[in-house]
Write a protein that binds this ligand. Structure first.
Ligand SMILES: [Mg+2]
Length: 189
């Protein structure tokens, strides 16, 4: 069974990474503060993150070239160690910035594939990677991405990752980490 998983706030502690690493650099902080001042999921927020990605790409901003594995949730690392052959990361955002985080955070691990989604929803990318009816799981903290997978491949089992301890939005089954997810998958099989 293929497991598709989001990166930020699912595998990677993005909020702590922002606080401790990005905001520690005043030049990067200009972009991050602008993103954080905009509401979650808004065009303004997405644009501020994209501008940081572009600044990184053209060399006007330097992201720290260091090990980010401390920001990987331990349960996620353990899950990838056990299921890497069937594990596909599907991450939304500026591809160069997302690749920077993935490669600096997960360099000790191996998994099947990383899909970088720069525009649109994740559902279509997941539908392109599995046959109709093929058993698969998708886990993400963003309800709108879960909804897009339900639309494009309704047979995929969906889990809302809630690292923040909040309740799920009710549309999908919620899990608090990958250990929780694994327990549910084992119970169902
Ligand atoms: Mg996320």
């Amino acid at each position: 069974m293929t497991v598709f998983a989001d990166f930020d706030r699912t595998i990677f502690d993005h909020d702590r990474f922002v606080r401790e690493t990005l905001l520690a650099d005043p030049q990067i902080g200009i972009y991050v503060n602008r993103a954080q001042a905009a509401s979650s999921g808004s065009f303004e927020r997405i644009r501020a993150w994209r501008e940081l990605g572009d600044a990184y790409l053209d060399g006007s901003v330097t992201l720290p070239d260091r090990d980010l594995s401390a920001y990987v949730f331990d349960d996620a690392a353990q899950f990838i160690k056990r299921h890497g052959a069937d594990f596909i990361i599907v991450t939304f955002g500026h591809a160069a910035f997302q690749r920077y985080k993935v490669e600096h955070a997960l360099w000790t691990l191996s998994w099947r594939e990383t899909v970088y989604v720069e525009t649109g929803d994740k559902g279509i990318h997941i539908a392109a990677r599995i046959a109709e009816g093929e058993p698969a799981v998708f886990v993400d903290d963003a309800p709108e991405q879960l909804a897009s997978v339900r639309e494009h491949c309704p047979w995929v089992s969906l889990y809302e990752m809630r690292r923040d301890g909040r309740e799920g939005n009710g549309a999908h089954e919620a899990v608090c980490n990958f250990t929780d997810l694994e327990t549910r998958l084992t119970t169902k099989s």
